[in-house]
Design a protein around this ligand. Structure first.
Ligand SMILES: *Cc1c(COP(=O)(O)O)cnc(C)c1O
Length: 372
């Protein structure tokens, strides 16, 4: 069994993917070819955001966004420590300081009620993460940001492309949204890729320029930029994957809900889903004690698991200098979270087998019958 089955996905999309790749090989515009803009407009329509700017990766999308906002040494950016390192890394790269705020115990997302206490005159941005594919409480965070002089809010939506919050699409919930097309994300390419979304014309223009070395015209460098383009072939692959994306989202939801039911019956703790938003289940994550023993047991039965994330960023050696409050909830979640195989192509019988082994491994007793 695979943690995420990308082979099955390719088999289902072989023709459109091959045709799209072939078309790029024929026209030969490998950098900023027509597929780049085509993908950006498709994703603008999908999210409802006015602008989409593709980037070399999710990390690069975050970095370019912070550069477009003018984040500089001495600035503070409030973010969560319970995330992939890239979220805080880009802040430090610009000489700014991550200020870590604790997370909600049931979702693992930024706890909006703790944000206000960390705002100082140096706060230049707030960067929540829509963890495991479920949007953070963006309305509450946006409200705090606007009360404090319209602090920009960047949603790290690397895991949540396709999710919704109160009827709006993730990536289009705040000043800027950034996603990733890393192969294992809900919408992935076959290498690195990412995208920035905003409704702000000036910010979009800044991102477009920063992405190509701060160039406003060929060899006119208006700003300091980076080499941050997404290449044409990767855009072509995402375009092909969009053909089945709505179906994949429905599948992920159904599979996530089936896991919920299977585990709720047995009283197993899991990441909660809020009623006003939908998760794309980038990860399906349960909370367990004695995680290592359970992982070993599942591994022995051929079931791969993963831990997102074992150590909060404020406890990482390179991030000890950062600021913020104590984050006991992130620390405790980091010890308990365990993600199970998840993906649109996960077979229903396999899913029941996984749930059964988890339940037995935890001594919760009993076997499920496949509903097929
Ligand atoms: C994957 C991920 C990133 C980075 O995306 P890349 O495309 O791998 O650079 C950033 N933040 C979060 C929360 C992620 O899950």
């Amino acid at each position: 069994m695979q943690f995420i089955d990308l082979k099955k996905q390719y088999q289902a999309l072989r023709d459109p993917i091959n045709e799209r790749i072939q078309a790029v090989l024929e026209h030969g515009q490998y950098i900023m070819g027509p597929e780049v803009r085509e993908l950006e407009s498709r994703l603008e329509a999908y999210t409802g955001a006015k602008h989409c700017v593709t980037a070399a990766s999710g990390t690069e999308a975050l970095l370019i966004s912070l550069m477009a906002l003018g984040i500089k040494p001495g600035d503070e950016v409030i973010t969560t420590p319970f995330t992939f390192v890239a979220t805080a890394e880009v802040i430090v790269l610009l000489g700014a300081t991550p200020v870590f705020v604790d997370v909600e115990p049931d979702t693992g997302n930024m706890d909006a009620s703790l944000v206000e206490a960390l705002i100082t005159p140096r706060t230049r941005a707030i960067m929540p993460v829509s963890l495991y594919g479920q949007p953070a409480d963006m309305d509450a965070i946006n409200a705090i940001a606007s009360r404090h002089g319209n602090i920009p809010v960047i949603e790290d939506a690397a895991q949540s492309f396709g999710a919704t919050y109160k009827g709006c699409k993730s990536c289009n919930l705040s000043t800027i949204g950034c996603t990733s097309f890393f192969p294992s994300k809900p919408l992935g390419c076959y290498g690195d890729g990412g995208a920035i979304f905003t409704n702000d014309d000036a910010l979009a223009q800044a991102c477009r320029e920063i992405r190509v070395h701060g160039q406003s015209k060929r060899y006119v460098h208006t700003r300091i930029g980076v080499g941050g383009r997404m290449d044409t072939l990767q855009c072509a692959i995402v375009l092909a994957k969009l053909e089945r994306f709505d179906w994949e989202i429905k599948q992920r939801l159904a599979i996530g809900q089936r896991y919920n039911e299977l585990f709720d019956q047995r009283g197993l703790r899991r990441i909660a889903q809020r009623a006003d938003r939908s998760s794309v289940f980038a990860q399906y994550t349960v909370l367990v004690d004695d995680r290592e023993a359970l992982q070993a047991r599942l591994q022995g039965a051929g079931i791969p698991t993963a831990v997102h994330y074992p150590v909060p960023l404020n406890e990482q050696p390179a991030y000890h200098h950062c600021k913020g409050a104590l984050t006991p909830v992130a620390g405790s979640l980091a010890k308990q979270v365990m993600s199970l195989p998840m993906g649109a192509d996960l077979d229903a019988a396999d899913q029941v087998a996984i749930a059964t082994l988890v339940v037995l491994g935890l001594g919760l007793h009993g076997q499920y019958r496949s509903r097929r």
